[in-house]
Design a protein around this ligand. Structure first.
Ligand code: FAD
Length: 322
């Protein structure tokens, strides 16, 4: 392999960098080499300035053009493919954007991608999660260049103190856009607004499952989340039943999170659900079935009827904070 050089795709919402994508830097740092951050978007001068203050990187490459505004893989991939002449490793977060862009880059380069990396052992050696995270395999890839997506929760996010302690900024290199592809078009963005923390960034998550039984009952989850200042999550069964919006889904086909505290209420703990929350630091499960799989991985398993336990919990917490 030629000299090792890392190129890392950092995601943002055009106002701030997504902290979870900073875990990519921690992952790349396991292989000593220069690290360049790639920022794509429209009018991203401020974001590029923010990125230039991050510790431990060599430069920031800014691809600033209207076609990059929505991270369309069809537009983003060609410019990354051209850049890969100078890099050995391209790192993406296992987010919707990362899972869209990385395979297209790998496909255009004609090389295999390494997905769901949870540990880095060397320049070609990784541990990756397969079967919804229930099996971890250590692999050695023969590819000369590496296209990687990582499970961001498997790596610590760079401490914000490490970012602000840096006084000198790294160089920002402006990259001219690639030719317009016009293969896909952005139609609209429907976002949910909430005064509660965002699910993937929350320290505490209260999740509800089919055991809640109805949308009205799901309000119990919202109330508990409210008193704890937590985000609301859900199992796919609860989402499919229409109790809650699908952006709350946690699991293999939902969001993968690792909060400080995860409270699973009326959730059985199917393997696809565990894939999204098993790395949480402390897991509390409330379930009437002591043999439910979630009870096996819970740090605190409360056996009983959620309709008795949760209201008591809410009232205790309210009294405590009064
Ligand atoms: P159930 O399995 O029905 O469990 C309900 C639980 O509530 C039970 O344990 C029951 O004991 C308990 N309960 C009932 N009433 C009470 C009460 N009054 N008090 C206390 N406890 C009570 N699932 C996900 O969550 N996320 C995913 O991303 C996901 N992706 C999937 C991908 C694929 C390809 C497939 C095939 C499935 C996927 N699933 C996913 C679905 C998954 O297999 C389960 O069907 C789902 O997680 C079950 O949700 P649940 O635990 O809410 O429901």
């Amino acid at each position: 392999m030629s000299a090792i050089r890392h190129l890392i795709l950092i995601e943002h919402d055009h106002k701030k960098i997504f902290p979870a994508t900073l875990a990519l830097i921690v992952a790349a740092q396991k292989i000593t080499a220069s690290i360049d951050l790639l920022l794509m978007g429209r009018n991203i001068q401020d974001i590029a300035q923010q990125a230039a203050k991050i510790a431990g990187i060599d430069s920031v490459i800014s691809c600033d053009a209207p076609q990059y505004e929505y991270f369309l893989a069809e537009e983003c991939a060609p410019v990354i493919v051209a850049m890969m002449a100078d890099y050995s490793h391209f790192w993406c977060a296992g987010t919707s954007a990362g899972k869209n862009i990385a395979p297209r880059v790998a496909g255009l380069l004609g090389i295999g991608q390494v997905s769901n990396v949870v540990a880095v052992h060397g320049e070609r050696s990784y541990t990756r999660a397969i079967y919804a995270g229930s099996v971890l395999v250590q692999i050695e890839t023969p590819e000369q260049k590496q296209i990687l997506t990582i499970v961001t929760t498997a790596f610590p996010v760079l401490a914000s103190a490490a970012q602000s302690a840096i006084e000198t900024s790294v160089k920002i290199i402006a990259k001219p856009p690639a030719a317009l592809q016009n293969l896909s078009r952005f139609l609209h963005n429907k976002t949910t607004t909430s005064d509660r923390p965002e699910l993937t960034a929350a320290r505490i998550v209260v999740s509800g499952g089919r055991g809640l039984g109805s949308t009205e009952n799901f309000a119990l989850i919202e109330s508990l989340a409210q008193v704890l200042g937590a985000a609301v999550g859900a199992s796919r069964a609860a989402v499919d039943a229409g109790f809650v919006a699908n952006d709350c889904q946690v699991g293999q086909t939902g969001k993968i999170i690792a909060p400080e505290l995860y409270i699973a209420i009326g959730i059985s703990g199917a393997i696809q659900h565990l894939a999204g929350m098993k790395d949480s630091k402390t897991i509390v499960a409330i379930n009437k079935d002591p043999d439910a799989p979630i009870m096996q991985i819970a740090d605190y398993a409360i056996v009983g009827d959620l309709f008795e336990i949760v209201p008591q919990l809410i009232s205790l917490l309210k009294n405590k904070s009064a």
